[in-house]
Each structure stands twice: as C-alpha cells, then as structure tokens.
Design a protein. Structure first.
Length: 146
C-alpha cells in the first residue's frame, strides 16, 4: 500500500508540474480575455478532476484485489498487481494525452473557422476590387470616347 501511495504522490507532483507548464504555455501562446482564461481553467480543472476520480477508482480496485489476495491463498501470479498498476498508469497517461489532443483539436477548429472567415472576407474584398476596376476601365473608355 505504501508503494501505491508513494507512486500516486510522485505522479501527482508530476501532474502538477505538467499543469503549470501547460498553463504558462497557454498564457504565452494565446491572448485570451480574463473570462476566457477562467473558462479554460475551469475546463482544465474539470478534466483533471475527472481523471483523478478515475485514477482513485482504479487504485481502490487494485487495493481491494491486493487485500483479497492477502486473505486468499495464492492462486494467481504474484505480478498481477504490478501488471494492473502498469495498465492503470498507461490508461491515465493516454487519457491525459487524449485530453491534450482534444484541446488542440478544438483550438485548431477555432483557428480554422477564423481563417475561413478571413478567407471569405478577402474573397469578398477581391470581388469588390475587381468590380471597381471594371467600373474605372469603363469610365476611362468613356472619357477616351468623348
């Protein structure tokens, strides 16, 4: 149990450091308003909270299995708990990566939407300029004809 606790403590401190680094990168890369920052912080905290709750459930299941193993004569491989702990770590690592990628995907979608709007605006401006060029050419031809 002490091993699981120390492992959980180490991973918790690693997550805190990663969160601080990501938060600093977010501040550096974006120019959000205070409201947007609070919304991003809330969403990040909510995702971290959900991941921590899932981790607690998984670790409680492992602990329960260990307690059951201690009470029952050994019929399973002694490394089963290690394997399960490894899978739990991998699961949470993948969940964290998936959350980061989901956030990046949402940012990319927002940038794509903004760029699409900018492209449409540029096309509209181009059409207006082409129309204006045609008008000026017609005016020039009229002046030459007179």
């Amino acid at each position: 149990m002490e091993v699981l606790f120390s492992q959980l403590s180490r991973e918790h401190s690693e997550l805190q450091r990663s969160y601080q680094m990501l938060h600093e990168k977010l501040r550096q890369l974006t120019c959000f308003s205070e409201t947007d920052v609070h919304n991003v912080n809330y969403a990040t905290l909510q995702a971290d909270y959900n991941a921590a709750r899932a981790r607690i459930r998984d670790l409680e299941e492992i602990l329960q299995l260990k307690n059951n193993q201690d009470q029952v004569p050994r019929t399973q491989s002694p490394s089963l708990l290690e394997i399960q702990a490894k899978f739990v770590r991998e699961k949470h690592t993948l969940q964290t990566q998936m959350a980061i990628l989901s956030h990046r995907l949402e940012d990319s979608k927002q940038r794509c939407t903004a760029l699409q709007a900018e492209l449409n605006e540029a096309r509209d401006q181009n059409e207006l300029l082409e129309f204006r060029i045609l008008e000026l050419e017609e005016c020039q031809e009229r002046v030459r004809a007179n």
